[in-house]
Design a protein around this ligand. Structure first.
Ligand SMILES: NC(=O)c1ccc[n+]([C@@H]2O[C@H](COP(=O)([O-])OP(=O)(O)OC[C@H]3O[C@@H](n4cnc5c(N)ncnc54)[C@H](O)[C@@H]3O)[C@@H](O)[C@H]2O)c1
Length: 233
């Protein structure tokens, strides 16, 4: 999803800083953007590391002059059965899915204030809207993303900073590829999704772009499900 977001944002004229743990993938996406005439830089970045956020934000501002959009997309799933959960396992999910967003906002918002405003898009999940079986820590983390986004929207509205969350349904990405390969599993996910296909990263990127752009200039503190109708049921 991060790749699809970066490509679409660059196509729309944004200068994009791409970050991930996987350096080779960052480089590939940056090359793809540059080959299409866009501008991008990539950073190896652990979103749970405060030092990494400080470095990435500093170098992005040095390169591009300002930051006016932040998309917090990195995340992991966790389907450990509840009674098998350990504190370590729980905290890993919270750290990558939630603490990362606290840190990203903490270090980017001052630059948005300086730039006169900005837009934050935090990637939650349908699991942040409704409960599911066997996904306790993931659901808790994505619910926290949803509510942190609302608190951020209220806190920083006076600085013309908007914050909204996106709630993908079942989307074909490396996170889900193994699950969706299994025909029975695929059929189950489809049976939960009213529209007659599972989602693609590009479906999510269009919603992220809308919330990041001035097209949504009076929208803040809301959640946007992009889920083929899953949450409408
Ligand atoms: N795929 C789905 O069906 C689905 C549904 C709902 C929500 N989401 C959410 O969408 C977001 C993107 O998921 P995806 O499906 O593209 O998954 P993905 O596994 O393809 O991508 C997640 C990326 O996050 C990176 N990452 C993991 N830990 C990191 C860390 N500590 N620091 C920096 N980067 C790190 C990974 O390297 C990976 O590139 C996640 O937040 C996920 O929870 C996905």
């Amino acid at each position: 999803m991060g790749r699809a977001d970066a490509l679409l944002f660059a196509k729309e004229g944004a200068k994009v800083a791409i970050t991930d743990l996987q350096e080779d993938k960052i480089k590939d996406v940056a090359k793809e953007i540059e080959a299409a005439g866009g501008e991008a830089i990539g950073f190896k970045h652990n979103v749970t590391s405060e030092e990494d956020w400080i470095r990435v934000v500093k170098e992005t501002v040095e390169k591009f002059g300002k930051i006016d959009i932040l998309v917090n997309n990195a995340g992991i799933s966790n389907a450990t059965p509840f009674m098998d959960l350990t504190v370590e396992n729980w905290e890993k999910t919270m750290s990558i899915n939630v603490t990362s967003i606290f840190l990203g906002q903490k270090y980017v918002i001052p630059h948005m204030i300086e730039a006169g405003g900005g837009s934050i898009v935090n990637i939650s999940s349908i699991a942040g809207l409704t409960g599911g079986s066997g996904t306790g820590p993931y659901t808790a983390s994505k619910g926290a993303v949803r509510m942190l986004t609302k608190a951020t929207a209220v806190d920083f509205a006076r600085h013309n900073i908007r914050a909204n969350s996106v709630h993908p349904g079942f989307i074909e990405t490396p996170m889900t590829v193994d699950m969706f390969k299994d025909e029975k599993m695929h059929q189950w996910f489809q049976s939960q999704t009213p529209l007659p296909r599972l989602g693609k990263a590009e479906d999510i990127a269009k919603g992220v772009l809308f919330l990041a752009s001035d097209e949504s200039s009076y929208i803040t503190g809301v959640e946007l499900p992009i889920d083929g109708g899953y949450y409408a049921k």
